[in-house]
Every structure is written in C-alpha cells, then in structure tokens.
Write a protein that binds this ligand. Structure first.
Ligand SMILES: Nc1ncnc2c1ncn2[C@@H]1O[C@H](COP(=O)(O)OP(=O)(O)OP(=O)(O)O)[C@@H](O)[C@H]1O
Ligand SMILES: [Mg+2]
Length: 412
C-alpha cells in the first residue's frame, strides 16, 4: 500500500480551515432560530467545544509550521538572489579582443544637437521609488528644451531615445499611443530584441522605436512580458557559462548611426538584476539612482551601490555614478530637517562605494546626492504633470532643475 502523501504546511493549514468551517457549519445549524426550539443538550455542547478546542490546537500547530515554511522559503530566496547577483557581477570569460567595444564619448560622431551622445541608466533595486516617473519626465524636459546649458543659457530641444527595460512596460503604456504599442507588441518589436544579437542582423534599429506621446523629438523602445522570459533565459545561459549575455546593449547602441541620431539615450531599468539592467549598465556613460528621502530606503541604496560598484569593477566598465535623486519629498521649496538627515545618510552610503567608480576630480568633488529634488504631487500617477502621456512644455519646474543638474553632471 502506498504511504499517504506528505502534506506541505500550506496544505495542512487549508485542511485545518476546512475542518474549522465544517465545525462552524454544525454550530450555526444548531443555533439558527429555526432549530432553536430544539435546545442542544449539554453533552452536545461539550462535544462541539472539545472538537473546536482540538481544531484550534491543530491550527496553531499548522500555523507554526507555516511560519517556519515561509522563513525557510525566504532564506532560500535570499540565497538564490545572492547567487544570481554574483553571477551578474563576475568577471567575463571573454578575451579582451572579443569584448564588444564601448565607444568613448570623445570618439563618437556629432549628435544632432552638436555635442556627443550621452547614455544614461536610471537604476534602483527597490521598486516604486520613481525611476519610470523621473525618466519619463526627464525625457520630456530634455526633448522640449527645458534645461540649461553649462553657461546657464536656455538649451535647444534635444533628440532623446528612452528604452523601457521592465517587462511590466509601465513607461511604454504611459508614454506611447496604445494602438502603436499594440502593433509593436504584435510584431515583437520591443526591448526583448535587444537581448538577441541575431535579431540585430535582421531588424533595423529604427523599427524598434515608436513615437513618445506628444514629443516630436523623443522616441521610445517599448517593453512587454516577453522580456521577462528572455531575461531569465539569459541569466541561465550566463550562470551555466554557456553564453556571455551582458554585452548585448553595447552591441546595439554603440554604433555611429545611433550616436548621430540621438543626443541622449535613457534606460528605464527594472527594480531587479536582469540581463537588461546589467546590459544597460554595460552600455551606459552614467547611472543615476532615484530614491525616496526616507530612512528605510537607505538599505536599497546600499544594495544597489554595492551591485553597481562590483559590476563596474569586475567587468571593467566605463560607467560613472551620476548621483542619487530624491523623489517624493514633502515640500516644493526645500527639504524638511528629517529629509536633510536622510539625504545625508544616503550621501554617506553612496560615498562608501564611490571608489569603485574611479571618478575624475570634478566628479568626486560633487555631492553623491543631487541638489535638485522632486516633490510628491497629489495626483499620484503623474508623468509630465498629467495622468497620461507627456505634453511638450508641460513639464514641471522641478524637472527642469533636475534636467539642468543632470546635464551638468553628464556633459561637463
Ligand atoms: N513625486 C511623485 N509624487 C507622486 N507620485 C509619484 C511620484 N513619483 C512617483 N510617483 C508614483 O509612484 C508610483 C511608482 O512610481 P514609478 O512607477 O515611477 O516607480 P518605479 O521606481 O519606476 O517602479 P518600478 O520599480 O516598479 O519600476 C507611480 O504610481 C507614480 O505615479
Ligand atoms: Mg519603473
């Protein structure tokens, strides 16, 4: 005879709950007014009470097992996350001659605005800190010329490309026209293709871009759920040392014809380590980290900086740390004393890792946290001051200040 299947803690709890509901049904039946003329006997009460007590004891036991089960699961998850982050940061096995080249800024052809293209990633391993909101608004500020040049003069609208690297596609859904987006999804012309170099030979880069709502100078590479699957496959290939999967974005973006087309390329990264977020970092000149000005966000800053620093060092990347950006502050005009305190903690945390970035003297003299910040707005879902897409010129002054400070940091 086969032995009964061993139940998992969640199954045990489900079973206990079934028993509990059955008991409850019996009690309700006895106590409903229809049956109340038949007063239950003391023996019946006692029997029910005993059954209830037994059920309660078993449920407590099951709850303890469930608690332990989840703690074990959390430990396992933590180990998996640690293992996967070390996969991303480990040195490449490729010979130097085989590593796809990073074109130094000085060697790039002239971009439409007369300068050189800058590639920037917005990263924080914590979700919901405002990466997408800030990236979209910065696209709008740069593409509508709402930023100042190094001499403080008004700038011309810049040509901007933004790449959605989160399979949830928040940026795509907010900043592209739904029908156009649907078309791109149906044809598979999305950021998923960027994790495929064979696609590079078959798909023209421009086919991957769609218009950014309301901004004639900006374009967007959208993302959809297919990116999740591809990201995981690329992780497995790298982990099993079958394929070096971290240089694809460099291959796609470091091309003269792309540099000639865009002044700025922004990557909106997911709150996870994925083939896409690592790829963005490998292709970028600078990385900025949106964060909330709250004490419990310092841990995420620490984790993100640690990962950024290690990846940079182990892969010998050129990427510079642009700085942390405070989002969702309480006031428009300035920071509260508590926010100032947290800003300082964030700054000290970032400073611990800045040696990884081999900064120039000018860069290391700058604060690790930008002066410009973004206040919390009541309409929670705002992109560019609206609920939906971006409208030229509709950006809020806080984003003009932020764009100007970012421009100084990446172009000086
Ligand atoms: N300054 C702000 N004021 C009010 N709401 C904001 C602000 N910044 C972001 N939000 C809101 O907070 C939510 C999360 O923002 P967003 O999607 O930009 O974060 P994220 O870091 O990109 O998240 P994820 O990690 O999931 O990609 C959104 O609903 C957004 O509208
Ligand atoms: Mg996002």
């Amino acid at each position: 005879m086969s032995s009964p299947k061993k139940l998992s803690p969640p199954e045990i709890v489900a079973r206990q709950l079934e028993d509990f509901y059955e008991l409850r049904r019996q009690i309700v039946k006895i106590l409903t007014p229809l049956n109340s003329y038949a007063e239950p006997s003391a023996a019946e009460y006692r029997e029910l009470l005993d059954a209830l007590q037994e059920n309660l004891g078993e449920m407590e036991d099951a709850a303890r097992q469930l608690h332990q089960f989840y703690r074990d699961a959390e430990d396992r998850l933590e180990r998996v996350l640690k293992a996967s982050s070390s996969v991303w940061t480990r040195p490449t096995g490729l010979k130097p001659a085989k590593i796809p080249q990073f074109t130094p800024i000085a060697n790039r052809p002239t971009a439409p605005g007369g300068g050189k293209t800058r590639i920037v990633s917005f990263i924080n391993l914590k979700g919901g800190v405002g990466k997408t909101t800030l990236t979209a608004n910065l696209v709008a500020a740069f593409a509508s010329g709402n930023f100042r040049d190094l001499d403080g003069r008004a700038n011309r609208p810049a040509r901007v490309l933004v790449v959605d690297l989160d399979f949830q596609g928040t940026l795509s859904q907010r900043c592209a026209e739904p029908l156009v987006l649907q078309g791109a999804y149906q044809k598979g012309l999305t950021a998923t293709k960027l994790l495929d170099t064979r696609a590079e030979a078959k798909v023209a880069f421009d086919e991957l871009t769609v218009p950014f709502l309301g901004l004639p100078n900006a374009r967007l590479i959208p993302a959809d759920e297919s990116l999740d699957d591809k990201d995981v496959r690329r992780l497995n290939e790298l982990a099993s040392r079958r394929l070096e999967t971290r240089f694809y974005h460099r291959i796609w973006f470091h091309k003269p014809e792309i540099f000639e087309k865009y002044d700025f390329i922004f990557f909106d990264c997911p709150p996870r380590l994925t083939a896409s977020s690592v790829g963005a970092l490998v292709a970028s000149d600078s990385v900025f980290m949106p964060t909330a000005p709250e004490s419990f966000d310092v841990n995420a800053v620490n984790r993100t900086m640690n990962w950024l620093g290690k990846t940079r060092k182990n892969l010998n990347l050129s990427v510079q740390f642009g700085g942390a950006i405070l989002n969702r502050t309480n006031n428009e005009k300035g920071l509260t004393p508590l926010e100032e305190k947290n800003k300082n903690r964030i700054k000290l945390t970032c400073d611990d890792y800045r040696s990884f970035f081999e900064e120039s003297r000018e860069a290391s003299a700058r604060s690790a946290v930008l002066d410009a910040f973004v206040p919390r707005r009541s309409g929670a879902n705002y992109i560019n001051g609206t609920d939906g897409g971006a409208l030229p010129g509709a950006t809020l002054p806080c984003f003009h200040r932020l764009a100007t400070e970012i421009y100084r940091r990446i172009c000086q």
